[in-house]
Design a protein around this ligand. Structure first.
Ligand code: MG
Length: 246
């Protein structure tokens, strides 16, 4: 990204002439308000929602949160084009968590729930692989659990479809097959907080940028994978993910 600033002391949108992204999108002062420029880079981020389905909360012996919970994964987690997932040697208990994924299409901060649907235009399917053994250890010690969530390859992602292709995003079925057997099934209508509420909440704390991904949480049925397993993920009846664990 190229930033042209009149005053370079602390670049903000108030003193910037213009910002030109590598993909040739011109962001005007009007569109980004007074967000400091140092918040804006080409790097996308992955935001993952925790405990967003009540049935999954129950299976984890947890309690439904009063507001959305989120954490981050770095971009090195992404696995695209059905590349195999390589079982990491630091865990003996990798679990799949199938999740609907939103792709952010506008820069925004403090987005109101009312306008949140303007900030994503594509929907896909992903897996939030979790090293459950490491996560359990970290939780027991009161430590952050990034090592259980943010390791390389822990976020397989499908191709994306325009949200207009889905008749009702608030009633969207998705399911996961492991070796031909359905092991996890969910419907977005069962989320504690809907997509718009998630975007409004996240953007209170962190600026959402074009290309950011939101993994919107997993329903009940999470479970282990083993080397040799074949995972297939379906969204609205369509096969979106199909890859092997190696
Ligand atoms: Mg998850």
């Amino acid at each position: 990204m190229y930033i042209f600033s009149i005053n370079d002391d602390i670049p903000t949108t108030k003193n910037a002439c213009c910002i030109i992204c590598a993909d040739s999108i011109l962001l005007t002062l009007k569109s980004i308000g007074t967000i400091p420029l140092y918040y804006i880079s080409r790097k996308m981020k992955i935001i993952c929602i925790g405990q967003s389905y009540a049935d999954h909360v129950r299976e984890m012996n947890s309690s439904t949160p009063s507001e959305p919970i989120f954490f981050f994964k770095p971009d090195t987690c992404l696995l695209r084009k059905n590349q195999p997932f390589f079982y990491p040697n630091f865990s003996n208990e990798i679990h799949y968590e199938l999740e609907v994924v939103l792709k952010i299409c506008r820069l925004g901060r403090n987005i109101s729930e009312r306008f949140a649907n303007r900030y994503y235009n594509e929907v896909g399917l992903g897996i939030d692989f979790t090293a459950r053994d490491l996560q359990r250890d970290c939780k027991a010690k009161g430590l952050p659990w990034e090592i259980a969530k943010a390791f390389d390859g822990s976020a397989p992602i499908s191709e994306f479809k325009g949200k207009a292709e889905f008749p009702d995003l608030g009633n969207l079925d998705f399911w996961l097959e492991k070796n031909g057997e359905v092991v996890q099934r969910g419907n977005t209508g069962d989320m504690t907080f809907n997509f718009d509420q998630l975007i409004a909440h996240i953007s209170k704390y962190t600026t959402l940028k074009i290309g950011d991904l939101i993994y919107t949480g997993t329903p009940a049925g999470v479970g282990p994978v083993a080397i040799g397993d074949r995972l297939k993920g379906y969204l609205g009846g369509e096969l979106m993910l199909d890859f092997f664990v190696r």
